[in-house]
Design a protein around this ligand. Structure first.
Ligand SMILES: CCCC/C=C/CC(=O)SCCNC(=O)CCNC(=O)[C@H](O)C(C)(C)COP(=O)(O)OP(=O)(O)OC[C@H]1O[C@@H](n2cnc3c(N)ncnc32)[C@H](O)[C@@H]1OP(=O)(O)O
Length: 394
């Protein structure tokens, strides 16, 4: 968060003429989808949409819909528990009861989200050729599709090398939450175009709220903590397809994925010191564990850029594929994974992740708090000003 007026002051202090060449685009703060609440009308529309689904979504999803509907309309489960032999009503009761004290509004929102993810994946199944991706609409910065039991979240700002702007952070969180509830077995994150992602969009640092730079840094830390938290808590197998170079937060997050497949064109670069910043995405904890403390230091402190082969040798990448066959090979493999029993995969992931979850959340909180301070430093502001004034690139 190098903030416009402070950055401007810095530029003026050290290089008055540079003010003419730096124009600070104002980042449009888009509506936080996660903060959106479904209205009664949205809820009613969703109920109508369910009736129009052309394909049976399966018992598990139907139970989820039932329980969310009951919670949204009546609140916590208020029925006597059916007998053990009343299997259907018992399953319904269990599903509703499992929602505990979930607020009615949240249940309503979850119902609307679930129906929307079903509509985009099931409704279109009758409209598209087999094998063609089904696209869910409504995202500005992502392409989200569901096919063959796989939800694919594709970063879609190729002209900006898939840099993560504020809207993209919110949309990824939204897409992950929807994917965690949809009927896919696994979820994939990848990039559109020649880059996987160039990391945090450095223009995020330029839109200063009335509270000034401190407030900007504080808001950035809150956003980052919530964003990384979604990866820590994601319940299904989450796989990264690193189609090209990856920078900054797009690299650090890889330590929270369950598998990372990379094209041999990919590179892995975390130039935090160059940018006056410090590690995030829980990498201060995951990287030393994955690759040894010294190798992690080379990346996170000295900003050493790794090739895909090096990242694989160090355990950050699971497997590397020639770029020419990357898509074909990984998708064949992913489709086979997606046929495995989804509940078994979820439970196996849970048992691996649960052991680390508390620690990861604590690390995330600490990293965000340290970064909040870094964003206010001259070192960080200089780096951002230099990039925005096109004086430096990585
Ligand atoms: C709130 C949470 C904060 C979490 C913090 C996370 C920390 C990080 O992620 S640190 C990493 C930050 N990323 C960078 O420093 C990368 C900066 N970009 C570059 O150095 C270069 O663009 C590149 C090496 C990635 C690519 O160079 P190349 O010559 O191939 O392409 P360009 O012409 O530079 O880029 C095309 C286009 O894209 C814009 N762009 C690329 N990356 C970013 C970025 N990170 N932020 C903003 N904009 C970016 C670049 O400005 C070009 O835009 P124009 O065509 O409009 O000039």
């Amino acid at each position: 968060v190098a903030m416009a007026h402070l950055a401007g002051r810095l530029a003026q202090r050290w290089c008055p003429s540079s003010l003419q060449v730096i124009s600070f685009p104002v980042v449009q703060l888009h509506l936080n989808r996660t903060a959106m609440r479904a209205s009664q009308k949205d809820f009613e529309n969703a109920m109508n949409q369910v009736k129009l689904l052309k394909k049976d979504p399966g018992n598990e999803v139907k139970l989820k819909l039932y329980s969310l509907y009951k919670q949204a309309t009546e609140g916590p489960c208020n029925m006597p528990k059916p007998g053990v032999f009343d299997l259907i009503n018992k399953a319904k009761w269990d599903a509703w009861n499992a929602l505990g004290n979930l607020p009615k509004e949240t249940a309503r929102q979850n119902y609307v989200d679930l129906v929307s993810s079903l509509s985009s994946s099931l409704e279109s199944s009758s409209q598209v050729e087999p094998g063609t991706d089904r696209k869910s609409t409504g995202y500005e910065t992502l392409m989200v599709t569901s096919e063959d039991g796989i939800t694919k979240i594709m970063l879609n700002r190729p002209t900006k090398k898939n840099a993560l702007n504020v809207e993209m952070y919110h949309e990824i969180m939204h897409a992950l939450k929807a994917a965690s509830k949809d009927d896919s077995a696994i979820t994939v994150l990848t990039g559109n175009g020649d880059y996987y992602s160039s990391g945090n969009d450095l223009t995020n640092f330029t839109d200063i709220p009335p509270g000034g730079v401190e407030e900007k840094a504080k808001n950035g830390a809150i956003l980052l903590r919530e964003f990384v938290g979604c990866f820590i808590d994601f319940p299904k197998p989450l796989i990264a397809l690193v189609n090209g170079p990856a920078v900054g937060i797009s690299v650090t997050l890889l330590g929270l994925f369950d598998a990372v497949y990379a094209s041999d064109r990919a590179t892995f670069h975390t130039p935090f010191s160059h940018l006056g910043q410090s590690p995030e995405g829980c990498s201060s904890y995951t990287f030393p564990k994955i690759m040894s403390p010294a190798k992690a230091t080379e990346m996170l402190v000295f900003g050493k850029k790794l090739t895909a082969g090096e990242a694989c040798a160090q355990g950050l990448v699971t497997e590397v594929f020639p770029d020419s066959t990357f898509q074909k090979e990984v998708w064949t493999r992913l489709k086979a994974f997606a046929k495995l029993p989804p509940n078994a995969m979820r439970i196996s992931k849970e048992i691996i992740r649960n052991r680390e979850k508390e620690k990861l959340h604590a690390v995330n909180a600490e990293e965000c708090s340290v970064l909040q301070g870094r964003w206010l430093s001259d070192e960080c502001m200089n780096a951002v000003v230099n990039f925005l004034s096109r004086k430096s690139k990585l």
